[in-house]
Design a binder for this molecule. Structure first.
Ligand SMILES: [Zn+2]
Length: 71
């Protein structure tokens, strides 16, 4: 995949999280004690997978400091 910013080839790899948390997306960062699924614009990026690190295939451009991934 080519970087949309500098158009150089991006490096393929995995974006992953801590053992206890999956990646999600929303308009604002929800409070620690609120259910993130109720946050406006919520999108689940990764599912929790017991016994595995949460990960998603990703492409990185170290020059532009950009990461691109599908969910
Ligand atoms: Zn780039």
């Amino acid at each position: 995949m080519k970087c949309p910013y500098c158009e150089k080839e991006m490096r393929e790899g995995y974006l992953y999280g801590s053992k206890d948390g999956a990646f999600s997306f929303s308009n604002e960062i929800p409070g620690v004690f609120s259910n993130a699924k109720n946050e406006e614009g919520f999108i689940q990026i990764t599912k929790l997978k017991a016994g595995h690190r949460i990960s998603v295939k990703a492409y990185v451009c170290e020059e532009c400091k950009k990461v691109i991934f599908d969910y």
